[in-house]
Design a protein around this ligand. Structure first.
Ligand SMILES: Cc1ncc(COP(=O)(O)O)c(C=O)c1O
Length: 410
């Protein structure tokens, strides 16, 4: 079936210059920027240089960009503007949620075996700090939503205070059924903190409909914005009772130097610590606007169509195993494969060295991960398939690629 958005995807590809030289399949690590995102950052850097960072017009623009970013993020996340805080990255947002909950020894914390360190370590830290009981929901890549919900149903009990989970797993690409899991958690009195590192700019988010308490996303992955910024949703009725982790004047309703102090309660800006980079805000705003112009549902449909294509094409190669979520309810734009006998890090090095195919391996699951973004094409998947078929037939990649490439196992 012809994709009615094909012209938009061709335009996005045209505007994403890395695609001219590379087969860029590493959006889940860090997305590729368009000219527009880069130009917005450069423009702001120059404005600050020529006009001074604290002159009135430059300060006014900073306030305007920040307000517009909050508004665009709220639109994108199905939230209200006053439920959005600007943070440094996803992990900071997850920490704000996790550490905002009052915990004591014996309280239950539920997470999964397919979390990134950005979710897993904050969970373990609650055990180290308070003596919580950690329960890890086992998820296999071929589980569908129904099985996943059943496992959460078993793991979440009346002593569970916190559920920390990814909306899309970095290690399997599975989309987790957040709304159902949240219903279970809330019925048992637990707070739900979502690691949305792999979702902002990838799948449509409706925070109000999901009902989650805290949902953190980054600018630099699927939104294809710059590094150094994150956006945090905190549900309106949880803002007051979640205590911020790090505080500054922004967390104070009022204070003076004689001992008087009143904390902010229901104002989401209490989670924002201090100065952040305005050029990065400018670039992120354009990235969010471009994503909204593309249309979240259309993007989601397109990236999953590319994954489905890869499942057929790469999955059809003798010796290749598919190791990512691929039921209709769990498939995302993250595609995973393994060739038993070939180290996935070597495979990634081979793809980049041989044909400028940029992707990563994920040690935790012994697989190569390809991220499908709208600037990618079926022809690029074909290119990867040819190379993988060559390596699979030979039983290994050429000798010179049998090294772990730069930062590949992060
Ligand atoms: C699921 C997941 N969580 C957290 C992170 C870290 O994200 P950030 O750099 O925005 O903190 C990543 C990055 O790869 C991720 O995939």
């Amino acid at each position: 079936m012809a994709d009615e958005h094909a012209a938009r995807w061709a335009w996005m590809r045209e505007r994403t210059p890395v695609t001219k030289e590379y087969v860029y399949l590493n959006t889940g690590f860090c997305g590729a920027r368009t000219f527009e995102v880069s130009d917005a950052m450069k423009r702001r850097i120059d404005l600050e240089m020529f006009q001074g960072p604290t002159t009135k017009p430059v300060m006014d623009e900073r306030a305007d960009l920040t307000r517009r970013l909050r508004e665009a993020t709220a639109r994108m996340m199905g939230a209200d503007v006053d439920e959005i805080a600007i943070t440094g990255n996803t992990t900071e947002g997850v920490n704000i949620g996790v550490n905002g909950v009052v915990l004591k020894a014996g309280d239950g914390v539920v997470t999964t075996n397919i979390e990134h360190g950005g979710g897993m370590v904050p969970a373990y830290w609650t055990r180290r700090k308070y003596g919580t009981e950690i329960s890890i929901v086992p998820i296999e890549y071929d589980n569908g939503s129904g099985e996943i919900v059943e496992r959460f149903d078993q793991a979440i009990t009346d002593t569970t205070k916190l559920v920390i989970l990814s909306a899309i797993s970095y290690a399997t690409g599975q989309t987790l059924p957040l709304a159902e899991i949240t219903r279970l958690a809330h019925a048992r009195g637990a707070t739900v903190v979502v690691d949305g590192a792999q979702t902002g700019g990838h799948l449509p988010i409706d925070a109000h409909a999901l009902g989650v308490d805290v949902y953190a996303i980054p600018a630099h992955k699927w939104l294809c914005g710059p590094e150094g910024l994150g956006m945090l949703y905190v549900r309106r009725d949880r803002i007051a009772d979640l205590d911020p982790v790090k505080v500054s004047g922004r967390a104070a309703a009022s204070y003076d130097s004689t001992g008087n102090f009143e904390a902010k309660q229901g104002d989401v800006t209490k989670f924002e610590v201090s100065t952040n980079s305005t050029p990065v805000i400018a670039g992120t705003l354009v990235a969010v606007e471009q994503y909204l112009e593309s249309g979240p549902q259309a993007v989601w449909d397109r990236v999953r169509a590319l994954t489905r294509y890869a499942e057929d094409r790469i999955g059809g190669i003798a010796g290749v195993e598919l190791t990512g979520g691929r039921t209709e309810s769990t498939r995302s734009g993250l595609f995973f494969f393994a060739v038993p006998g070939i180290d996935p890090a070597f495979m990634a090095a081979y793809l980049e060295g041989e044909a400028k195919v940029v992707c990563r391996s994920v040690k935790q699951v012994g697989s190569v991960r390809l991220s499908m973004q709208v600037y990618n094409t079926e022809a690029e998947v074909e290119r990867v398939a040819e190379l993988v078929a060559g390596a699979a037939a030979a039983g290994n990649v050429p000798e010179q690629y049998r090294v772990v490439p730069h930062g590949a196992e992060a």
